[in-house]
Design a protein around this ligand. Structure first.
Ligand SMILES: [Zn+2]
Length: 68
């Protein structure tokens, strides 16, 4: 995933008029985005994967013996 992956909507007001807030990049946290509608500047950060999704992918195929 690129650090420049763009959000489509402002998480505060829902407007689509977003632009990169240049000069406010932070290593590991990506760029900040400025909303032209509500003037908020925010950052979208990747946190990790859902623990449930990881557990599901690593589980072996269930067998009928488990319920006997
Ligand atoms: Zn906004």
């Amino acid at each position: 995933m690129s650090e420049r992956a763009a959000p489509y909507y402002c998480p505060y007001c829902g407007d689509e008029d977003l632009e990169p807030h240049e000069g406010d990049g932070e290593k590991g946290s990506g760029y900040a985005w400025a909303c032209a509608s509500c003037a908020r500047v925010f950052r979208v950060k990747f946190v990790g994967l859902r623990a449930a999704a990881i557990a599901e992918a690593g589980r072996a195929t269930p067998t009928l013996e488990e319920n006997a």
